[in-house]
Design a protein around this ligand. Structure first.
Ligand SMILES: CC(C)(COP(=O)(O)OP(=O)(O)OC[C@H]1O[C@@H](n2cnc3c(N)ncnc32)[C@H](O)[C@@H]1OP(=O)(O)O)[C@@H](O)C(=O)NCCC(=O)NCCS
Ligand SMILES: [Zn+2]
Length: 256
């Protein structure tokens, strides 16, 4: 008999970029504020600000501390793996998955933003990854698919009617990136190594070639507007109960 992990829960908070407000900047630490200021476009600043502010406010709520006391370590598993193998990790400024430390130690988060939407996923214990993608016309969709889809995914994708290919491509992408973000590898983990089920089937991990994949995965699609694809990955072999917070809840969270 194999023992499965106890069920866990994941909370998902959505916010529209129009909820961004400069007053939220006070919640960010120095490094986050200077990163925010370096982003060239207002839309990118809004998305970054909301992601960080939501993460701090939601963690403060569960950890029972003021949002300013929430801290993160940035963990890039790709660079950690390279360093372990003796290679030069690249000497960049700290980057990677924000892992809560201090009073929120033990909680896990993931943030994603695309177009009009910012999403935050929160779990207590198992690593989590979330991704949202706006479906947009790529100039060279075929080329992009060749570059990012695993072989099994590409074989199926090419059988789809052309009108369905763009949406399906971003559906694959969101599932794969949610998985790569849960592991902390990010895109450097290699989108083509991760194979997921086709978009019309329930989301699941099909293959992770070349080793280094997670031992257990729970994967689902998240619903957003028609022009968006989104997915949530939790690294557990147990069941996950997902609570999706409404926009009203998020507005209340942001008001503090
Ligand atoms: C980080 C990455 C996964 C984000 O993908 P994206 O589609 O551009 O953006 P998303 O909105 O979905 O996610 C952004 C969030 O992912 C998080 N993130 C960053 N690195 C991450 C990692 N390795 N694993 C999980 N999450 C990560 C951050 O919270 C980031 O939010 P922020 O920009 O507001 O701080 C992807 O761009 C990536 O892997 N980049 C690293 C490539 C690179 O620079 N490699 C060289 C060094 S390893
Ligand atoms: Zn890195």
């Amino acid at each position: 008999m194999t023992l499965r992990s106890a069920p866990s829960s994941a909370t998902v908070w959505w916010a529209r970029t129009s909820s961004a407000d400069d007053r939220l900047l006070r919640l960010l630490d120095e490094r986050e504020r200077s990163r925010n200021a370096r982003l060239r476009h207002q839309a990118d600043r809004d998305r970054h600000l909301l992601g960080r502010a939501m993460a701090r406010l939601a963690l403060a709520r569960v950890a029972g501390c003021p949002p300013e006391k929430v801290s993160f370590d940035l963990v890039c598993r790709s660079c950690e793996d390279k360093a372990r193998a003796g290679a030069e990790p690249g000497g960049r400024e700290p980057h990677g998955k924000p892992v809560p430390s201090g009073p929120a130690l033990g909680w896990e988060i993931s943030v994603s933003h695309s177009g009009e939407w910012v999403v935050l996923a929160l779990t207590e214990g198992p690593p989590v990854g979330v991704d949202v993608e706006r479906v947009s016309d790529a100039r060279d969709l075929e080329g992009l698919a060749d570059y990012t889809l695993a072989e099994s995914e590409r074989a199926f994708w090419k059988t789809l009617p052309p009108a369905e290919r763009t949406g399906a491509f971003f559906g694959y992408w969101a599932r794969k990136e949610a998985l790569l973000k849960a592991t902390g590898l990010g895109l450097s983990g290699g989108l083509r190594r991760v194979g997921v089920s086709p978009p019309h089937e329930a989301a699941r991990l099909v293959e992770w070639t070349g080793g280094g994949g997670p031992g257990a995965v729970w994967l689902t699609d998240l619903d957003r507007e028609e022009d968006y694809r989104s997915a949530l990955a939790v690294l557990t072999d147990g069941e996950v109960e997902v609570s999706v917070r409404s926009l009203g809840d998020t507005a209340a969270l942001l008001r503090g």
